[in-house]
Design a protein around this ligand. Sequence first.
Ligand code: PEP
Length: 258
Amino acid sequence: MARKPLVAGNWKMNGDIVANEQLLTALRADLGRALLSRVEVAVCPPYPYLGQAAAWLGGTGIAWGAQNVAALPNGACTGDVSAAMLVDLGCQWAIVGHSERRQMAGETDAQVAARISICKLHGVGVIACIGETLDEREAGRTEAVLGRQVDAIAAALVDPVHRLPAQRVVLAYEPVWAIGTGRTASPEMAQAAHRFVRERLARQGYRHANATRILYGGSVKPANATGLFAMPDVDGGLIGGASLVADEFLAICRAAAA
Ligand code: PEP
């Protein structure tokens, strides 16, 4: 099953108008159509900069997306941004269930599933994040945690209300201990987790499990990207820190396209 790799940059709460412009200019200049025919690329800036991303990336083939989305369609949700608003801003993607949201905002599996459902309804592609903490890995609970997280996601995916083609549903395996720490899962560790996730999706009745792209995230850098992306079930990366440095992000995109 050939799955086109996706590299998505998660800018987190970083950037400003000037720095963004430099970064977006570099991406626009160096991510040509030939490269984009082999790897899909998206950037996910903070909400206030989505309009800037749209202005710089519109028509280039590089997509932009949000780092979260409200679980409800509209209404009394102060501080939230709805899926319909993301569509208005041309977003093709929304990250959901990032471990920073799960840890800092107490997001539950049920809320992650609700965000997926709303994205499906509005045709916003989802990048649904899962991953175990260091304590969970050391206690031998990695598969139990991933299984629980995937089951909640699969329940939202198998629901028939669906306006998303399979290629717009993406999972990102991000071991929490690897995010922003400089520690990366070895390619073999990533492959084992990705394989487990794909099989679990299938076991839960999601018929597109084989076509679903599963990204790896957690301290991906140009130096480790090639090894990770060579694994059969690693279909690209969700990139945090390195997505803020044009040369590093571009090198990671090229590694995914190779
Ligand atoms: C992330 O924020 O999703 C991430 C993977 O960050 P980093 O690449 O910095 O570890």
